[in-house]
Structures are given as structure tokens and as C-alpha cells.
Design a protein around this ligand. Structure first.
Ligand SMILES: Cc1cc2nc3c(=O)[nH]c(=O)nc-3n(C[C@H](O)[C@H](O)[C@H](O)COP(=O)(O)OP(=O)(O)OC[C@H]3O[C@@H](n4cnc5c(N)ncnc54)[C@H](O)[C@@H]3O)c2cc1C
Length: 390
């Protein structure tokens, strides 16, 4: 059955401009995303043309500087747009979040010349990005990555394999973290690599539990040459750049998680008020009423948490701990709420005739990407108790 556009959430938005922006997003969702979400996910189809539309509509560069083609929007607004998109289709919300993550390094650490040269096409010129940190043998322990970049005159030669890359094989540009020096976090440098660079090849996409429309693939770098002008930041600064991108990216994942959970709650309420057992709507039974109440409460708490972290970021205050808390709480909420949604729909919830089974499969990945939820707890604990002693 085609998906409906999600029910509008009553949002507190700071400006008239941001209200218009959310209205534009809802219009695009209604016309271009929701009607095909279920069908395209089932078919494993990535809507590349939709991303061109989002880019041309200014929705792929929202939190970045308008001088480079961005939207100048505060994170508080950008994240609520992501939430709307993810409620309609997670592949789209997460895709926008990953694209934004891929732009972070250049926007935050590139030289003025690099930003003027590359950012406009990345932020609003139709390009799609990928963020390449993980490798087959280094996931949570990202600082142990082995992909190497070796200097050769004015160029760098990159060799190695990146794993689990969202948009791997279709991205127009890749922000790549590679080892240029000593072992550990201080020997890593960031590069901006064109998606069609000679020697860069994608493996077949992973066959995943959910988010089948979002391609995830290994990328093999076989002597890929990039000019030194594509090095972002200083040599050895790459890991700090990667972590800074992830602080912001985690807020994107949190917002996507709340969108997904809201979509599952909306389906649950609609079903529970229509389905009758024992001569009454099942929404009459306290056992289900309390379940729905708990789902809604978790969602509101998660939304408030990610928005509080976003407002810290917008105010230029430290927000790393709060971003980890928001990612942890919101993605655990999405998992719990989507499991509960299947329960509310009973046997029908376990079939592909209703979207909640897909929501449940999709929720799982949010507890894993951009730092598993165990890693988020480590980040939070370090803020509380300092680094581990060994
Ligand atoms: C669909 C999808 C899309 C992705 N997209 C991208 C992308 O675009 N770019 C990118 O770079 N990466 C991407 N990733 C990779 C993702 O970030 C990693 O999967 C994640 O960081 C975990 O790494 P891992 O899978 O190697 O698991 P591991 O690090 O091997 O962890 C396995 C388990 O051990 C636990 N664990 C590990 N260390 C500790 C510890 N110290 N304490 C407690 N528990 C621990 C983990 O929490 C986990 O439960 C994606 C992954 C998926 C599934």
C-alpha cells in the first residue's frame, strides 16, 4: 500500500522563513516522497533524482553559509527538516544527514579558496556526498584506520578499503580519512576525493535488513591520486575533523530517529482507533492506551533533547555530550517505539501490508551508525568522569 504523508507535527520554529521552509518540505514529501516510499524501499531503489530536487530547492545545504550556497539555517531548524524527511522515508532523511556530514569538513576546516571552489556545487549544485571513515577492521575504534595516503610531489596517493559507506558507488564526492603519519588519532588526514577518481571502485552494495533503498558499500582506493589542494585542514588534523563532524552528524541521526518513531506512533494511533475487538476499538483498552501514551512521551522527550543540544550548538556552546545523549536516547526510542507499533497492529503489524514492520527493521541501524550506542555511553561517561585510566 502506498505510504501517506506523515501527520504534521506542531513545531516551534524560530522565524517565518523557517515556517515557510517546513511548509516547502511537507509539500515535497506529499508529492515526491511519501507516495513511493514503501514501493521503492521494497525494490531497493535509491531516489537519486529526488536528491537533485532537494539540492536545487536548497535542502542539502541548510545549516551552511549562504555565501557558499548554503541555507544559513540554525541547527534547530535543519534538524526539524530532517525529522520531517525521515518520517516520510528514512533513506531520504538519513541521506540528507550523511550528505551534510560529508560537507562538514570542508565547510569547517577548508581554506577560503577550497570553500569557494568546491562548496557551492556540494551545497546546492546537485552533488551528493559520502563520508568515509569506517573500514573492515576499524569501526568503533576508528582511530586505528589503515587506509594510507602517501605524498608524491603535489599529490597524495590513497590506498585502502573503506567499509559501510552510505552512498558508496553513487556519491559525487567523498570526504575520506586516511593515515598520513604515525599510528593512532594524530596520524590521520582528511581529503576531498571526487567520486569518479581513477582507481576508486565500489563493491556491490551490502544486502541489509532495512534501508534497502540506501546504498551502503565498500569503497576500494587503489592508488587514487588527489592534488594537495584537496587535503582538508592540516596533516594529522583529520581525526579531530572527523569527530567534530560526528558531533553534528549525531544530532542528525537523533532527529531522523524521532521522525521514524513519530511515523510509527501515527500508524499505531490510526490503527488502534479503527480496529475493533470485543465490540470496541482496541484503543479503548487501557493496556494499549498506556502503551500509546508511553510511545508519545518518549518521542516528545527525544525531540526536546535533540532540540536542546541543537540550541547549544546554535549558541556556539559545547554540545558534544548532549549530542551523544540525544543520539543514544532518540535512537533507543525509535527502536522501542517501532517494536511497540508492531505490537499495536498485532498480526497485521508483522506483514508488509503495513509500514511498521519496515520501520522496526529501519530503526535498528540508527543504534549502530555514527558511533554505536555503546560508544555514545563512552562519550557521555568521559564528559562525566574523564578519560578511562587505561
Ligand atoms: C547501514 C550503515 C551505514 C553506514 N554508513 C557509514 C558511512 O556512511 N560512513 C562510515 O564511515 N561508516 C558508516 N557505517 C559504519 C558504522 O559507523 C559502523 O558500523 C559503526 O561505527 C560500528 O562499527 P563496526 O560495525 O565495525 O562494529 P564494531 O566496532 O566491531 O562493534 C561491534 C560491537 O562491539 C561494541 N563495542 C566496540 N567497542 C566497544 C567498547 N569499547 N565498549 C563497548 N562496546 C564496544 C559495539 O558497540 C558493537 O555492539 C555504516 C554502517 C551501517 C550498518
Amino acid at each position: 500500500m502506498p505510504d501517506r504523508a506523515p501527520r504534521p507535527v506542531d513545531r516551534q520554529l524560530p522565524t517565518e522563513e523557517s515556517k515557510d521552509l517546513v511548509a516547502l518540505v511537507r509539500d515535497i514529501i506529499e508529492r515526491e516522497i511519501a507516495p513511493w516510499a514503501a514501493e521503492e524501499e521494497e525494490a531497493g531503489h535509491f531516489p537519486r533524482e529526488l536528491f537533485t530536487l532537494l539540492s536545487e530547492s536548497g535542502l542539502l545545504g541548510l545549516p551552511y553559509d549562504s555565501a557558499h550556497g548554503g541555507g544559513d539555517q540554525p541547527y534547530e531548524v535543519y534538524l526539524q527538516v530532517l525529522e520531517e524527511l525521515a518520517a516520510a522515508r528514512l533513506t531520504v532523511g538519513l541521506g540528507v544527514s550523511v550528505h551534510s556530514l560529508a560537507c562538514h569538513a570542508l565547510a569547517g576546516y577548508g581554506t577560503k579558496e577550497q570553500q569557494a571552489q568546491y562548496l557551492p556545487a556540494m551545497l546546492s549544485g546537485g552533488l551528493l556526498g559520502a563520508y568515509c571513515l569506517s573500514e573492515p577492521a576499524s569501526g568503533s575504534d576508528a582511530a586505528s584506520l589503515r587506509t594510507k595516503a602517501v605524498r608524491d610531489g603535489d599529490e597524495w596517493v590513497i590506498t585502502g578499503t573503506k567499509a559501510w559507506i552510505t552512498h558508496g558507488g553513487i556519491a559525487d564526492f567523498c570526504t575520506v580519512l586516511a593515515r598520513t603519519g604515525e599510528e593512532g588519532a594524530r596520524g590521520i588526514t582528511a581529503f576531498l576525493v571526487p567520486g569518479d577518481a581513477p582507481g576508486l571502485n565500489a563493491a556491490a552494495p551490502e544486502k541489509k535488513m532495512g534501508m534497502k533503498g540506501s546504498p551502503t558499500a565498500q569503497l576500494h582506493f587503489d592508488g587514487v591520486r588527489v592534488a594537495d589542494g584537496r587535503r582538508i585542514g592540516e596533516e594529522g588534523q583529520g581525526f579531530a575533523i572527523a569527530l567534530s563532524a560526528l558531533d553534528s552528524g549525531r544530532l542528525g541521526i537523533a532527529a531522523c530517529a524521532i521522525g521514524l518513531a513519530q511515523a510509527a506512533l501515527d500508524e499505531s494511533v490510526e490503527y488502534a482507533t479503527g480496529r475493533r475487538q470485543f465490540g470496541r476499538p482496541i484503543a479503548d483498552f487501557q493496556g494499549l492506551r498506556f502503551l500509546l501514551a508511553d510511545m508519545a512521551t518518549r518521542i516528545e522527550a527525544g525531540r526536546a533533547l535533540y532540540l536542546a543540544a541543537a540550541r547549544l550548538r546554535d549558541a556556539g556552546r559545547p554540545f558534544s555530550q548532549q549530542a551523544a545523549m540525544a543520539k543514544l536516547f532518540c535512537t533507543d526510542t525509535a527502536m522501542q517505539v517501532t517494536v511497540d507499533a508492531v505490537q499495536v497492529l498485532g498480526g497485521y503489524g508483522y506483514t508488509v501490508d503495513f509500514p511498521v514492520e519496515r520501520f522496526m527493521r529501519e530503526a535498528k541501524v540508527l543504534q549502530i551508525v555514527e558511533g554505536t550506542n555503546q560508544i555514545q555511553r563512552m562519550v557521555i561517561a568521559r564528559h562525566l568522569a574523564g578519560p578511562e585510566t587505561r
